[in-house]
Design a protein around this ligand. Sequence first.
Ligand SMILES: [Zn+2]
Ligand SMILES: [Zn+2]
Length: 335
Amino acid sequence: MRPDTPAENVDHPAEAARLERTADLYPEDAEALLLRAAAHRELSGDRPAATALYDRLLASATTLDHPHLVRALKASNLWEYGHEAEARAIIEGLRAAAPRDPASWVIVAEALEAHDELEAAQEAFTQGVTVLVGEADVPPRPTHPLLFGRHRVRRMLGLAHDAWDTLADTLHSMPVSLDELHDPKRVWSLGSDNPAELAAEISRLRAELGAYREALSRPYPVAVLHWPTRELTELLAAYPDLETEYPSHEHHLSTIEASLRELASSGTPNLGIVTGTLPSYEAFAASEAASPTDPALLPQYATTLAARGRATPWPPEPTTTCWCGSGRSYGGCHG
Ligand SMILES: [Zn+2]
Ligand SMILES: [Zn+2]
């Protein structure tokens, strides 16, 4: 099962409109759907439309799951189109509230960094690390981008490594070391007027910054569809044509793991698995006025479930239960 269209081929305004319509159908999932719609509005360059969506969420009567994240995204978006004072006021409020979710901190710190406020960015990263990592020797995976961002900004400021910088170095698993990646001389060489040198620098930086920023500011994974044993049996009994897509349950499970690994190795951040059920798949097919036997509908169904906030992040930690439902550890099963 292939996930939906790669990001660069997306028609952002159309995708935003589709997500906004879906939010009307599933008001209980409006937060995840409208945040994703806002991301598409931002990517299409329509920043006022994105602000309107953040405001709609902040004004809604239901309690938000991630109120700080919505505010952080709103501030970052506002600052991008000239509303600096309002953005700063929101950022001040967020820092005072000391949220427990790493993404809010990263978005705030990166907004400051993007506007050349390295000292303030460093403080925000440090504050986030203090709140969320503290004394932990093994920081949870979602906090890694905070440590990496802090390392980057501190390198640019020319500060000596402290214990958290060293921790960031040990957590980083890419072929290029964090110290090389964040070498201020390399960052400053962006001021070079040699076009080839510039292009090489920009693409290397983009590979690193882009991946983390994307993963954090868009906390809605690229998701692969998983049918548990019983659901797959029901699906194939109702729509035998889909047997070409799913020759056996075992094959289905190994395809999921293989697709996710391929996506991960090609640098796609933020991967996840969504679980299908026959009734919800049929309802989705009906809402798209399509036949459930159409295999092209399956990745769209996966994307919609992910947009509704139904994805489980992949990969699991090696010692936690495997995503497939076997009950064994991921390390001893599909991992
Ligand atoms: Zn380092
Ligand atoms: Zn498994």
